[in-house]
Design a binder for this molecule. Structure first.
Ligand code: AMP
Ligand code: GLY
Length: 422
């Protein structure tokens, strides 16, 4: 089997690492990849939204299966592009069609989908500039804090949680007038849910599904979940409060109706569903859907999967997932993200990374690195996710922090309190 992974981050390195463990893998390509994926396959400098470039690569290299990492190419219709092209029809794509990707690409579409399928979520209404005064009235009926969400993709910055009503009304106006460009011309105003968050990952072929390990991520830059939001500073799996009873509720109340809802709408969905959940007094509520794996959640979820991952991907592409059982590693996996100084604000790139060969007992997933001659240099805000197994959260984290100390680059920063609330 020849496989192409689309993307360049820690998630894609983790996918490459997992796929490379399968005896069914013949050759692996990553477009565009990073210094970590280069050690497992062939990086090809093709952009994630360059569909013609990807087509050429697939045909030239005899690719059988494409695994799409990030959301942008899915929202832009990469799966539809493959379906529509006669030369690409035998090639499997892991990732939903454009219609399925709307679950992530439009918060309004996602909320309406949940409402129509009786999936537990906060109550909501959606407003545009024309209905601003109704939006202000709706906000006045809700209790603080107020949750405002840009409808479209806004690079993780499109959600505002505001304590004061007047300020929320002002921000609603700013958003519908284009604070986040086109993405916020429509705004979902949503009931605030309080509880503790976690994410559940599902792999589906549109009929059958398997539930992958759940994870908790740490999004804020500062200790104790303070400061600016980032792409994710660390993650843990399994999540202790997600016991069997809770996960059973997630499956019955959320996973099954989600798959049924996709089927009812004739949406061709072969890929991952990332369900962001709030545990509110033991009951799960959906905060958001993403149509891909999370990052850094992949760096703890994939190491816990024992099942042959090429077989899982093949079964998904071929619609045989209901025949599959998934086998998990019961150990805990933790990951700690090493980031560039200044991130998530401005930061410098091109810093040499040393000590990678001194790490023992952890797996390093490259997030923002690139080869530079014999060296490896930083090329992003999030640089390396250090993942470790342990018999407990503490043991896994101790190993992560020990390994993290050995890796050096100018300006390196990491949180030292991942898992503090578990
Ligand atoms: P999202 O982009 O939808 O994941 O939102 C970003 C973050 O905002 C989530 O991870 C939550 O921490 C928070 N959030 C979103 N919606 C709500 C809500 N209805 N109630 C409480 N927190 C929320
Ligand atoms: N870590 C959150 C995400 O991948 O969206």
């Amino acid at each position: 089997m020849n496989i192409l992974i689309i993307g360049a981050g820690g998630r894609e390195h983790a996918l490459a690492w997992k796929l490379a463990q399968s005896p069914q893998l013949e050759s692996l390509f990553i477009a565009p990849g990073n210094a970590g994926t280069a050690a497992l396959g062939t990086n090809v400098p093709v952009g994630v939204e360059d569909f013609e470039g990807i087509k050429k690569l697939v045909l030239d290299r005899g690719i059988d299966l494409v695994v799409v990492g990030p959301e942008a190419p899915l929202v832009a219709g990469i799966a539809d592009f493959f379906k529509a092209d006669p030369e690409l029809q035998g090639v499997g794509v892991i990732g939903p069609t454009k219609a399925g990707a709307r679950l992530e690409g439009s918060k309004d579409v996602a909320k309406i989908f949940m409402e129509e399928n009786n999936i537990p979520t906060g109550k909501f209404r959606t407003f545009i500039e024309y209905t601003l005064s109704e939006g202000n009235e709706y906000l006045a009926q809700l209790n603080a804090p107020y949750v405002l969400k840009a409808d479209g993709l806004a690079a993780g910055k499109g959600v505002l949680i505001i304590n004061n009503l007047e300020e929320a009304q002002q921000e609603l106006e700013n958003m519908v007038k284009g604070k986040f460009g086109e993405a916020s011309k429509k705004v979902v105003v949503e009931e605030h849910l309080s509880g503790i968050e976690l994410s559940v990952f599902v792999l589906t072929d549109g009929e059958g599904y398997v539930i992958l390990p759940e994870a908790k991520d740490y999004k804020r830059i500062g200790e104790g979940d303070t400061g600016l939001n980032t792409g994710g500073m660390g993650a843990i799996s399994p999540v202790p409060f997600a016991d069997r009873a809770f996960l059973q509720k997630v499956e019955e109340r959320i996973v099954k109706p989600t798959i049924e809802g996709l089927k009812d709408r004739a949406i061709d969905y072969k890929g991952f569903i990332f369900i962001g959940l709030m545990n509110k007094g033991g009951d799960p509520y959906v905060i958001e859907y993403n149509v891909r794996l999370g990052d850094p959640e992949s760096e703890v979820v994939l190491p816990r999967i024992k099942t042959d991952f090429v077989e899982l991907m093949k079964a998904t592409a071929e619609g045989r997932l209901s025949e599959m059982e998934i086998e998990l590693d019961n150990r805990t996996v933790a990951t700690v993200m090493l980031v560039s100084g200044g991130y998530p604000g401005s930061y410098e790139k091109g810093k040499e990374i040393t000590g990678l060969d001194q790490v023992e007992g952890s797996v390093m997933f490259h997030a923002g690195t690139k080869p530079d001659g014999d060296k490896v240099v930083t090329s992003g805000g999030r640089v390396i996710a250090v993942s470790s197994y342990g018999s407990s959260i503490k043991e896994a984290l101790d190993t992560c922090y020990k390994s993290a100390e050995k890796i050096r680059f100018e300006g390196k920063y990491n949180r030292s309190d991942i898992g503090f609330d578990l």
